[in-house]
Design a protein around this ligand. Sequence first.
Ligand code: GUN
Ligand code: ZN
Length: 436
Amino acid sequence: MKTAVRGDVLTFRGNPFREAERDSLVFQRDALVVMENGRIAAWGPAAELLSSLPPDARIEHYPDHLILPGFIDCHVHYPQTEMMAAFGEQLLDWLNHYTFVTEQGFGDADHAREVARVFLGEQLRNGVTTGCVFGTVHAASVDALFEEASRHDLRILAGKVCMDRNAPDALLDTPLTAYEESRALIERWHGKGRAEYVITPRFAPTSSHGQLEMLGALAAEFPDIAIQSHISENLDEIAWVRQLFPGCRDYAGVYQRYGLLRPRAIYGHGVHLSDAELEMLHDSGASLAHCPTSNFFLGSGCLNLRRCVEAEKPVKLGLGTDLGAGTSFSMLQTMNAAYMASQTHGKPLTAAQAFYLATRGGAEALGISDKVGGIEAGMEADLAVLDLRSTPLLDFRMRHVRDLSEALFVQMMLGDDRAIAATYAAGAAVYRRDER
Ligand code: GUN
Ligand code: ZN
């Protein structure tokens, strides 16, 4: 059965970092997005499409709203939902004092399921329809997340964290169990509905040489599967990696050595990467997830994103909330922080560029842009509906905007979860703000 949403539509057909905004951004006032069998069947001006709909088709009308592709969070830790906003430390102390304590609770499958439910509920309240998600070392933590995601038919990417050193014993696996449990999860979940497995070494310092070798072998067995980890987030972390892997030229060189740099490998942060490392990422086809609220929270530094996306050899980039070092589920607030970070380097991020990173850019970084991240016939029908007047202040401020760019910028600076009026996954409403 066909259903449709009606309102102004914003999507991207190109990359506004490399093409003019008028060539990359598509905006259609009073459009209709027609959905059938979980996909976008057609979209275009409502005046043209309305007559083609069967008379009984349900149309949800959102005047004064903007219909966007569902947001994509390229890097996030669902188990850390319960420890967001833990005070006062930089990365390595924060991991030891908060993260590794919290993650031990995920040996309990009921606890994992409860947190997964809260996490996914928050994502949907924020218009996030796809996340690339870290579990904990426990395979059951990933089962719980995929099970909960399947109830909403979400396109979700997730993996079991692998780590066999430099963490509490209760959180350690071994090279062999990391391989075997990850492989079993691939068999259980990869391609089931819209679930995708992601091979997930936490980061170089918590995996031995032997474990990285095993995960490289697993990655070679499954060349199309995504990989996620962290890279070059914090200066103490980088110095530690140098000590732990003296044979490798640099941090990116560690992942390259084990076959973990390739298309669909996405690394969080990358704040302090050298030119040579960025070039290595480009050459391998690997991507970065920019996690600005987390980088501010942990004092990690400000990524110079133009060094990645506008370089002669560009690196694909998406946006990540990186909860629970990240401070918000909202991709609007994450865009806000990305703008703040970009100010450090002179040429600020435009609104079009920020919305691109949160949608199509993220999908390209994850290698799923043929499925999600845009509004086009044939794509999966994942949408976020943005209420442009979601607070008294935004209602007032929007009366004074002169054009689309300004409207988008005001939304990403002042908007948050309250701006998401509805979220659709595979053509079905999975969240409606006014039905709380
Ligand atoms: N590096 C290794 N693990 C983590 C994590 O859980 N969060 C962040 N921000 N960085 C990491
Ligand atoms: Zn992270």
